[in-house]
Design a protein around this ligand. Structure first.
Ligand SMILES: Cc1cc2nc3c(=O)[nH]c(=O)nc-3n(C[C@H](O)[C@H](O)[C@H](O)COP(=O)(O)OP(=O)(O)OC[C@H]3O[C@@H](n4cnc5c(N)ncnc54)[C@H](O)[C@@H]3O)c2cc1C
Length: 266
């Protein structure tokens, strides 16, 4: 079967990069092609291709001049469109600063104006239509961008609960959520251990009658337990529930994706 040709990865150049909070780097990127970027894609995922350290723009671009080569040449990682500003043709992507292990986090922690990467996507927005009587939103730091985008897009009269797990009190963010959504912040000083704190918190909640939608993502071990609970104990409608593992303790992204395909990760 031959589908439509995949669009070529498109170049984005850094205009600024700074720590939003102690463990989150916001990188702002621009590119001429963003003038054709559709509005309302905040929360959609994208694939980012990272140059090798010190690689020239010419050599990097040349690798993708005719599409993605069959052999892997550069590291590719999945991120979320956090914000897009048409007036300045700028896109924000928030990267967890999770240490020195990982080409994406390393790139973000040292990003400066003029640095570049390639962008593929965006994929679908995770929560596009809002019809729930009650929303349940949960995220660790890797999924704060998708969760924040969902809360910002919700009808202002929405009701629900959001629970976030961050590394320190200073990693809490101001999120423009509907007033009727109660936000709770939990602290997980060491993100390299799978946590049950969000699940334990959910078990204390009274789930109201009526339609429930969720936007839940984060570390795969935690997500798998949350998914089991919501599907099996709470009989949550699977179609209404966005629940996704974004990374897994001890695995680099390619290994995590492989484990997900094999059904061994949340
Ligand atoms: C749909 C989707 C959207 C995503 N959006 C975002 C986003 O907007 N922002 C974001 O920061 N992440 C996001 N992620 C998660 C991100 O893709 C992974 O964290 C990825 O592994 C980071 O790549 P890396 O090169 O930094 O680390 P890798 O090379 O993949 O991993 C190196 C080591 O770091 C560990 N590790 C990876 N991520 C974390 C983490 N968050 N905290 C602690 N340890 C970690 C791994 O277990 C491994 O041991 C998203 C994932 C998906 C599937």
């Amino acid at each position: 079967m031959t589908g439509a040709p995949r669009p070529l990865p498109r170049l984005l150049t850094v205009t600024s990069a700074s720590y939003l909070t102690p463990h989150m780097v916001r990188v702002t990127l621009t590119g001429e092609w963003l003038k054709d970027f559709a509005d309302g894609q905040e929360g959609a995922h994208c694939k980012l291709i990272f140059p090798k350290p010190g690689e020239s723009l010419e050599s990097f671009r040349a690798t993708y001049a005719e599409g993605r080569p069959k052999q892997k040449v550069h590291d590719i990682r999945t991120y979320t469109v956090r914000a897009f500003r048409r007036d300045t043709l700028e896109m924000d992507i928030d990267f967890v600063a999770h240490g020195a292990e990982g080409p994406a986090t390393r790139w973000a922690q040292s990003a400066k104006p003029g640095d570049f990467l390639l962008f593929m996507g965006p994929g679908p927005v995770k929560l596009e239509t809002f019809y729930a009587d009650w929303y349940l939103v949960a995220a660790d730091m890797s999924a704060l961008p998708v969760a924040a985008a969902a809360l910002e897009a919700m009808p202002r009269e929405a009701k629900g609960v959001a629970v976030f797990e961050v590394q320190s009190a200073e990693d809490r963010q101001v999120i423009d959520a509907p007033e009727g959504v109660d936000i709770h912040w939990l602290l997980l000083p060491d993100p390299h251990v799978s946590s049950t704190a969000q699940l334990d918190f959910m078990k204390t909640l009274d789930f109201p009658q009526g339609a429930i939608q969720t936007c839940i993502a984060g570390e795969s071990g935690a997500i798998r337990a949350i998914r089991d609970y919501l599907h099996n104990e709470k009989q949550l409608d699977k179609k209404a529930a966005y629940i996704s593992g974004y990374w897994k303790v001890g695995l680099v992204e390619d290994q995590h994706q492989e484990a997900k395909r094999a059904g061994n990760a949340g």
